[in-house]
Every structure is written in structure tokens, then in C-alpha cells.
Write a protein that binds this ligand. Structure first.
Ligand code: ATP
Ligand code: MG
Ligand code: MG
Ligand code: MG
Length: 483
């Protein structure tokens, strides 16, 4: 099943359960002081959970463009190194605003996965919240009892606060959750470890695909929990992970969400990417694979952020986008031997592939390409010199901790974000003095008072007026009809 059809099947299924299908909110948030980017499907509905305002329908479903690169949910460091965490990903979600609760949510999740998509029941595991007496949240007996109707008890795993109590950020709506994991190990691997249920924490090929959150609480600024005025359901399923399960592969990068982008990188660089099914590869090939994964991941994040109006810049969300792109550029430079700008060429592939469902990427395709090309060219002007300086600094460092002032020099003169320098240092077995870097940065900020005042210049309204015009779906500002 193609990814396009999997997305459509999900939305159609929930439409058949009387959900209103709405478009994704933009990836960048400009009006929520607690959150910089949309990190989950529920962010655009947060106020409804808090009891402020009424949604258009008590049942809503969509696919949301998410970005997990800052704050409570930050997966940046894993991207490229594993095969199922992305910076930008789509989260399929269905919501009940004070309408249905655990029984329907879990029954529909099971029905969709096992009857509509026909995933193998024997490969699914579920988890429920074990409870947290310290905060007066009990063990989720109700979810446990519901799951017992569908799976044997040894496949229901109890999870702690970290995995099974979902929170959007340090503040905001939250509640116990129940996850569904899929076991993608080979039959031989499974036979070798029998008699025990597995979750992702135990094996990288047992992957969480869907989280059903039962929103009952609000985390207040002082850290305490208060009961919400009503009970809600908030679910989130990783679209790329679902595609992996459906397409019989063990890496998101081997699905048709990523292969067109990977093929484009291969044709530009003349290098080859090896699929996750090929296990014995050289160390050099492994580095090439990581670099290609990073680049095809990061270009999506950067392209969608720009298409939503967030240009790369030196402050706030704009700087996060710039950092992500610079990380990708450096991977291409060092591991794929790309000394000229090339990442912008991937935007056309992305627009082609995603434009039907996300018309903004097609409509803004020229702007996105040009912005990325310009960013690439400007960073490439100083990248080589910066890398040479870094080599010299490392060679001259006694021990394994580089001086913060050197990292600041790289930042200030060569445009190296500190986390990029940290990443390169880590590859060489080094760290740096962060406090010293921050002190240098503070001194610089004091020198140029104006720097901190440029905060909104990087935000452009781009998407007004073009959201209705995409093929195959009839979309207005508040509603998507699947045709
Ligand atoms: P994980 O434990 O794998 O990091 P999570 O528990 O942080 O996932 P949730 O916050 O529960 O994820 O989000 C709901 C779903 O979104 C997950 O079940 C997963 O399928 C998907 N998801 C979460 N983070 C990512 C990511 N970085 N890239 C791709 N999909 C993701
Ligand atoms: Mg996570
Ligand atoms: Mg998890
Ligand atoms: Mg989860």
C-alpha cells in the first residue's frame, strides 16, 4: 500500500466514525509562549481541552506536520542514527472533545490496524499506565480491561510516567496514555527470544506506532496537576512508522515517503544508500547512510517550515531552522563530499511527492528552493575554513575538552551553531566548555543591544489564499473532504 493511500485510509476510517477531517495546522507556532513548533497533533486543539471555546465538531481527525527539535520533545540527536525518529514527521490523529472515551478509542485503533490495514495481530503489543501515587493518578485499570478483549494479557505492558503519561510541554493538557507497538523483527529473531513481551525499550525493531492519550489533567505553571473540566481523547500515530509496518520494511527510510528523496541524493552525489535489510556494511557506507538519512530528514523539516512562513534567521524559531539546515549541509560536505549547494534540489521532489496533500509545499516551491540554496551557499563559504580551524583546535587541545571561546569563535566568525560544533567534536571524542561559550555569547549580546530586538522579521504570511486548491481533496480553511 502506498503512503498516500495509507494516509487516505486513516482519514476515511475516522470520517466513517463521524469525525470531521481538518487540515494540518502550520508547523511553526507564533501565538503560544510555551511551544515554538507544533510537536503533536493536539497542539492546535489545546484550548478546547482547557475548556476555552468549542471545536467545530466533538470528533475531529487529521494529519499534523510535527517538528520535534526543541523543548520537551526533542529528537534531533537521534535523527539519522536510528531509522524511526525524524525531526519533521506527520502525526495521524483523532480526537474526542468530551465525546467518546477509552472504550471507543482503543476499539477503533485496533479495528483500523487489524481489520482495515490487516496488520498481523501477533506482532502488536500495547501498554497502559502503571499509575503514579505521588501525583494521585491511579493505574489505568479501565484501559487494561479494554485491551484484554483484544490481546492476551502478556502483551499488555505496564508503563511508567515517562512513557505512559503524555504531556505536551512543561505546562498544558496531559494524561495517562496507552501505546501500540509493532514487532518488526524477523521470525528467526522472534523465535530466539520467546516467552516475554517486548517494547521498543527492549529492542530497536519493536517500534511504537500509536499513542492514545486520555486527556484528563492540566499541568499548571507551578508543576501541579488539576483535573480538566471534561475527559477527552487525543491520539497520535506516526505516519512514516505506519508506512514502514505496512510496506514490509524495517526502516522509515525504506518507505516511499523517503525513497524518492534518497534516489535524488544518490543521483546528485553518485553514492549509494543501502537499505536497512542489508546488515553487513562497511564503516564508510554506514557514514554515508547516516548522512543521507540526516539530509532527507532535515530537508523536509526546513522546507515545510519555510513553506509555512518561517524563514531561517538568527533568532528564535528561525535559528532552529537555520541550525537544522546547517547540520544537513555539513553532513553532505563531510560524508558525501558535496562542496557545492545541492540540498535545494530536493525540494522539487518533495513538492511532487507531498504537494497533493500539502498544497503549501507546491505553492511555495520556488521560494523554498531559493531560500535553501541561498542558505547553503552562504554557509558553504565559511564551512571549510571553520572545519580546518576546528581540526587545529582539537589538535592543540590538552585532554578532551575544547575551550568555550573557540566554539564561540566558530559560531561568531564561521556561522557554526554550537550544537553543530558539539556534534563534530563528539565524532572526534571531544566535548567543550559550555559555560564559557555562553559567557562569550552574553558578552556579545551586551555589545550589540539591537541583536535581541530582531525577532519577528523572519516570519512571513505565505499560505493565505492557496489552501483550497489542491487536487483530489476539497479543502477549505477548516475542513478537508476526502474525495
Ligand atoms: P518514541 O517513544 O518513539 O520517541 P513518543 O512516545 O515520544 O515516541 P508520542 O509523543 O507518543 O511519541 O507521539 C505519538 C506517535 O508519534 C508515536 O507513537 C510515534 O509513532 C510518532 N512519533 C513520535 N516521535 C516521532 C519522531 N521523532 N519521528 C517520527 N515519528 C514519531
Ligand atoms: Mg519520543
Ligand atoms: Mg514513547
Ligand atoms: Mg508515546
Amino acid at each position: 500500500m502506498k503512503s498516500q493511500d495509507i494516509r487516505k485510509a486513516y482519514l476515511q476510517f475516522f470520517e466513517s466514525k463521524n469525525h470531521l477531517i481538518v487540515p494540518s495546522a502550520p508547523i511553526v507556532l507564533k501565538d503560544d509562549p510555551t511551544l515554538m513548533f507544533n510537536n503533536s497533533g493536539m497542539a492546535q486543539f489545546k484550548e478546547f481541552f482547557l475548556g476555552n471555546g468549542t471545536p467545530k465538531s466533538p470528533r475531529i481527525a487529521d494529519t499534523q506536520k510535527c517538528l520535534r527539535v526543541s523543548g520537551k520533545h526533542n529528537d534531533l540527536e537521534d535523527v539519522g542514527f536510528d531509522t524511526y525518529h525524524h525531526t519533521m514527521f506527520e502525526m495521524l490523529g483523532n480526537w474526542s472533545f468530551g465525546d467518546y472515551f477509552k472504550k471507543e478509542a482503543l476499539a477503533w485503533a485496533w479495528e483500523f490496524l487489524t481489520e482495515v490495514l490487516k496488520l498481523d495481530k501477533d506482532r502488536l503489543y500495547v501498554s497502559v499506565f502503571e499509575g503514579n501515587p505521588a501525583e494521585n493518578v491511579p493505574f489505568d485499570q479501565e484501559a487494561f480491561d479494554i485491551w484484554k478483549q483484544y490481546v492476551s494479557e502478556d502483551r499488555i505492558i505496564l508503563g511508567n510516567k515517562k512513557d505512559n503519561f503524555w504531556e505536551m510541554g512543561d505546562q498544558g493538557p496531559c494524561g495517562p496514555c496507552s501505546e501500540i507497538h509493532i514487532d518488526l523483527r524477523t521470525d528467526a529473531e522472534r523465535a530466539a527470544v520467546s516467552g516475554r513481551s517486548l517494547v521498543n525499550a527492549d529492542h530497536p525493531q519493536v517500534v511504537e506506532i500509536w499513542n492514545n492519550v486520555f486527556m484528563e489533567f492540566n499541568r499548571k505553571a507551578d508543576g501541579s496537576l488539576e483535573k480538566l473540566p471534561a475527559q477527552h481523547v487525543d491520539t497520535g500515530m506516526g505516519f512514516e512508522r505506519l508506512c514502514m509496518a505496512m510496506q514490509g520494511v524495517t526502516s522509515n527510510y525504506d518507505t516511499d515517503v523517503f525513497t524518492p528523496l534518497i534516489h535524488k541524493v544518490e543521483s546528485i552525489t553518485g553514492l549509494k544508500y543501502t537499505s536497512n535489510e542489508i546488515k553487513s556494511i562497511s564503516e564508510e557506507q554506514n557514514k554515508i547512510n547516516i548522512a543521507i538519512r540526516v539530509i532527507v530528514d532535515h530537508v523536509r523539516a526546513v522546507a515545510f517550515a519555510i513553506a509555512d512562513g518561517q524563514l531561517p534567521s538568527n533568532t528564535g524559531a528561525g535559528y532552529v531552522i537555520r541550525r537544522i539546515l546547517r547540520r544537513a549541509i555539513r553532513y553532505g560536505f563531510t560524508f558525501l563530499n558535496q562542496k557545492e549547494a545541492f540540498i535545494h534540489q530536493l525540494v522539487a521532489v518533495l513538492a511532487d511527492q507531498m504537494g497533493e496533500f500539502f498544497p503549501e509545499i507546491r505553492a511555495q516551491h520556488n521560494l523554498v528552493t531559493n531560500v535553501i540554496k541561498e542558505e547553503e551557499a552562504s554557509f558553504l563559504r565559511t564551512l571549510e575554513q571553520g572545519l580546518q580551524l576546528l581540526d587545529k583546535v582539537v589538535a592543540e587541545t590538552q585532554g578532551t575538552e575544547v575551550k568555550g571561546e573557540k566554539v564561540f569563535e566558530l559560531y561568531d566568525t564561521f556561522g557554526f551553531p554550537k550544537d553543530l560544533t558539539a556534534l563534530i567534536l563528539k565524532e572526534k571524542g571531544f566535548t567543550y566548555q559550555e559555560a564559557e561559550f555562553e559567557a562569550e555569547l552574553a558578552k556579545q549580546k551586551a555589545r550589540s543591544r539591537a541583536a535581541s530586538e530582531v525577532t519577528t522579521e523572519d516570519w512571513k504570511v505565505l499560505i493565505e489564499g492557496n489552501v483550497e486548491t489542491f487536487v483530489g481533496y476539497d479543502q477549505t480553511e477548516n475542513e478537508v473532504k476526502i474525495t
